[in-house]
Design a protein around this ligand. Structure first.
Ligand code: TYD
Length: 138
């Protein structure tokens, strides 16, 4: 996987004078079966999250409110995505280093994952990530 496998997807949006509605479906807008949903909120100014890679877990990230930046890194190149609309999602395949930063006040990141939580799925050491990537092990 490399940074060009990361994709922004526009989600359905039903605009209505009563308020707008968007939705996601697994194996449709989200290209995997959803095994887990988690969310990040109340992020203090200047904090960053998620400096790690996953061996198996694929993710789909939506800025349900506010804005933040997702930086992905395949060990060779980096790419940054600004998420600031609740009707866009970012698909992040496994095997990439990713970080979330520059959270606006009251931002709310909703994330869908393709596997159940598994502490052993995380690679938290950047040098180890680079080594695994170079050896084609992730
Ligand atoms: P972590 O994934 O490290 O957060 P981030 O990548 O945003 O910095 O998760 C923080 C803590 O939450 C960690 O101790 C494990 C726990 N956690 C779960 O128990 N289940 C989950 O599904 C997630 C995403 C995290």
């Amino acid at each position: 996987m490399d940074i060009y496998d990361v994709k922004i997807k526009e989600l359905p949006k039903f605009t209505d004078s009563r308020g707008n509605l968007s939705f996601v479906e697994q194996l449709n807008h989200i290209p995997f079966e959803i095994k887990r949903t988690y969310w990040i909120y109340d992020v203090p100014g200047g904090e960053a999250r998620g400096g790690h890679a996953f061996r198996q877990n694929e993710e789909f990230i939506v800025a349900l409110s506010g804005a933040f930046e997702v930086v992905v890194d395949d060990g060779t190149q980096k790419r940054s995505f600004q998420l600031n609309r609740s009707y866009y999602g970012l698909y992040v395949p496994a095997g990439l280093w990713r970080e979330m930063k520059n959270f606006s006040t009251n931002s709310f990141a909703l994330e869908f994952g393709s596997i159940h939580y598994d502490v052993n799925d995380y690679i938290r050491d950047y040098d180890e990530f680079i080594k695994l990537k170079r050896h084609g092990e992730i």
